[in-house]
Each structure stands twice: as C-alpha cells, then as structure tokens.
Design a binder for this molecule. Sequence first.
Ligand code: FA5
Length: 342
Amino acid sequence: MALDEAQLKARIEGAADEAALEALRVELLGRKGSVTEQLKAVGELPPAERATAGSAANQLRLAVQAALEARGIALRQAQFTQELSTPLDLTAPGTQPALGHRHPASLVLDELIELYWQMGYQVAEGPEVETEWYNFEALNIPADHPARDMQDTFYLEEAHLPRTHTSGIQIRHLELHKDELPVRIIAPGKVYRNEDEDARHSWTFHQIEGLVVDEGISLADLKGTLEAMMRGILGDQTKLRLRSNYFPYTEPSVEMDATCVVCGGTGKLGEKDCHLCGGSGWLELGGAGMIHPQVLRNIGIDPMVYSGFAFGFGPERIAAIKYGVDDVREFWRPNFAFLEQF
Ligand code: FA5
C-alpha cells in the first residue's frame, strides 16, 4: 500500500524528542524501513509502471529526509532556548580540577637553588645527552682511565652518551666565561647510569653541581659552603662528615655524608644492618673537591693564579633524609599514593 506523505510528515513533526525522532527515522528510512521497502518494491513492478512509481517513491524518500532534518533542528533549538532560559545558579559548588604538584626531588632542588642564590650563585644548565669530551675527557678521565668504571652508562652514536653526572657543565661554563672570572654557579639536572639498583641507587636521578673559580679559593671555603648548605636544607640536628675520596677532576677530593635517616646513624636495625645505609650509619650525599690544575689548564685558565672548588650532590638522597624515605627508587616509581604525600 502506498504511503501517505502528508501523514508521514505529520508524524515526524509530532516527534516529542530526539530519541522519538531517531526511532521514526529507523522505522521509515532504516534498512527494513517502510519508505526503503517501497523503493525496493519498484524493481518488481512491470517495466511500464517502474518510471512513475520509482520517481514517486524517490520523491517521498527526499520529503521524509527533509522533514526529519527540519524536526531535528527544531528540537535542538528548543532545547537550547530552554537551557538559556534556565537561571544559572552561581552559588552551586564548582568542580575542582585535580592539580599536579612538585616532585620531591624538584622540591629539594628548588630549595637548594634558593639557598645558593642567596649565597650569590647563578644557575647554569647543560645538555642531558653529552659528548665524551665534556662528560669524561675534559674532566681528566681519558678513554682508558679506570675511573670511567665508576660511572658506567650506555653510549649513543658518535661518542655521545646520556650524561652520568652534571660535572660536564663546569667545563662548558668555564669555556664560555674564562675571561669573566670569578664564576660561581650551580647546575641542576637529570643524570643516567647503568646501576644495579638498590635502596640508595636508581638508574635515573638528579644531581646539582656547584662550581666556584676565583683567586685564593681554598678547601676551607668549600667546607664552609657545604656546611651552610646542609644546615640550610636539613637543619642543625643532622650530623655531617667529610672524608677523603678520589675524583680525577679534583685534588684533594672529599665525599660528604649525613647521618642515616632510617637507623639514626647507628647502622643497625635490631640485629640486622640498616637496609638504607648498608650498616655504616652514614648516607653519602655528594662528592666535592678543589678543581684539579689540569682541568683548569684544559680550559686555558692559569692554575698558578686561579683556584676553585666543585661539588655534586644527589637531591634524591637529600629528599630521602629530609622526608624520611627509606628507598630512593620510590621517587621514580609511578606510585601516586607515595608521591602525593609531598
Ligand atoms: C659524582 O658524580 C661527581 N661528579 C661529584 C663531584 C662533582 C665530585 C664535582 C667532585 C667535584 P658520585 O658518583 O659520588 O660523584 O655522585 C654524587 C652523588 O650523586 C652521590 O653522592 C649521591 O648522592 C648521588 N648518586 C650517585 N649515584 C646515585 C644513584 N644511582 N641514585 C641516586 N643518587 C645517586
């Protein structure tokens, strides 16, 4: 039976909402819809009737499509007008977007930068992918030197590597500023090593490098600077110790330790050795020393006139002490319950 166009249009115009309109679209124009069926039936008519019936069925399909579209627009407009006329409740509570926050290593770095800034230091930066020259050779560590084993890493193409420490920034900065001495900088950044990870070692961590070059700089200046920094960031209750050490780019060299946060400096937890400090009672925070004369010569600075000191600290170790964290690997795990405490 032929469908009545006027009747169909009336039904479409009476659709109360978009869901009813969609149901009607399926009923009429869907794969088994009545308008679709009427179009399909044209092919079964005697050839003489096909042209007239086909054109009528097609016209009906177009009219139904246009009516569906027009009703859709009218329904959406009505909804929009209604939304606009609904009064806005300005007192309704808003939805608070979740804000990120600083990572504990960044908090410590920011505090250190502030402390050094007060002491007159400037912040310098260097690339995370470093050349062998700046990471090792300019620091008095040639290719065959056993000191390379202290900082194992993987190599990229053409003598480049993810930097193993921030000490290359000393060289980069001095090359640029050797004619503007004295210099006083700190250089914070991320570093990478091939480490057997444990509670004190992760394979990605931060360092903050310090460098001072001037006439008449001595080990006493270095010691005073380190103590001022440690008191500033960890408070007077933390005990510090300097012990002699070896770095190819400083002479003499020292290592700086603070009392372990987990065992309180005893090295023991009950009968067992403390898992964080390994039983020593101390936590190594950084290395330092007076810049080796050869390093100054490599850059073109006369070591008979100028001397200086450098140091490099691990902010994660400082954060571990400051916040009582017993495993530095936590800082690099995607553990929000842990990170959101800071
Ligand atoms: C150095 O990297 C020297 N470049 C430091 C230095 C600078 C010496 C300037 C002299 C002059 P070391 O490998 O000890 O030294 O690392 C320095 C500090 O980085 C350590 O004391 C520790 O706090 C931190 N650190 C080292 N390895 C790791 C690690 N795998 N995970 C977390 N922190 C680390």
